[in-house]
Design a protein around this ligand. Structure first.
Ligand code: ATP
Length: 237
């Protein structure tokens, strides 16, 4: 594995009295794409929100570029270079595509590519055509792309993508695969949460499987193929 850029160790997270994550440990290497696989409710979003400093009842260790980030506020974590694309699309419905992107603009960061509108439109050609349209007039898939594009305007070095293939048409899923490959080519590190093993395999270097808030598998997709019982047990395949 490449040297880790993001390290999650023995992460526990609670909502009220319910413990949701149990000793979750995950490494994301520099310029790696890693999938966090699991069924609905397995704890994928909770893991991502913990990394982003969005939850209060969290313990363990989370470090980014060897700096502890657990307990830091979300805006500092974003500013340090981690971008988060939540599962639900978060766009401004009454702003145009271009205005949505401008809202996400942040200063260029060391170790991360600088995204301009034109570079983003090269990656998301549909958005170029729709640049003057209001967010609410985009299709679901376009809104999904806009959410990702807006996060990239923050010039992150690491991107957390929560279920990027969920609820979008197959042709958009294909574009999504292209986008993730391109992010890797540009030097970013990407953690994607997925229920879709087929899609995860196409875009990721290796995988973790999480179930009931615990990591049940950590390894390559080839090794996972050797143990079909694991996918059967923990994933909807
Ligand atoms: P999904 O695909 O449904 O998002 P997930 O793997 O991302 O699945 P999480 O959203 O992390 O799962 O949820 C993990 C568990 O935490 C679930 O049992 C869920 O019901 C519970 N949970 C999530 N959010 C809250 C909350 N705000 N309060 C209480 N329990 C919650």
């Amino acid at each position: 594995m490449r040297p880790p850029v993001l390290e999650v160790a023995n992460l526990n997270a609670r909502y009220g009295r319910a413990q949701i994550l149990h000793d979750v440990s995950i490494l994301l290497g520099r310029n790696e794409v890693v999938a966090l696989l699991g069924r609905n409710g397995a704890g994928k979003t909770t893991t991502m929100k913990s990394i982003m400093g969005m939850l209060r009842q969290v313990d363990g260790r989370i470090s980014y570029e060897n700096q502890d980030i657990l307990g830091k506020p979300s805006y500092m974590i974003c500013r340090a270079g981690i971008g988060y694309v939540p599962e639900e699309r978060r766009i401004f419905r009454d702003l145009t595509v271009e205005e949505n992107l401008e809202v996400g603009r942040r200063a260029k960061r060391e170790n991360a590519p600088e995204w301009t509108l034109e570079r983003l439109f090269d990656l998301f050609p549909n958005l170029r055509e729709r640049r003057s349209n209001l967010g609410k007039h985009l299709s679901g898939g376009e809104q999904q792309m806009l959410t990702i594009a807006r996060t990239l305007m923050g010039n992150p070095a690491v991107v957390l993508l929560d279920e990027p293939s969920e609820g979008i048409a197959p042709v958009i899923v294909e574009q999504m695969g292209f986008v993730i490959a391109e992010l890797k080519r540009q030097g970013l590190s990407v953690l994607i949460s997925e229920q879709n093993l087929h899609f995860a395999r196409l875009v990721s270097d290796r995988a973790y499987i999480i179930e009931k808030g615990q990591v049940r598998y950590d390894g390559s997709f080839d090794d996972l193929d050797q143990h079909p019982e694991i996918s059967r047990k923990y994933l909807a395949v």
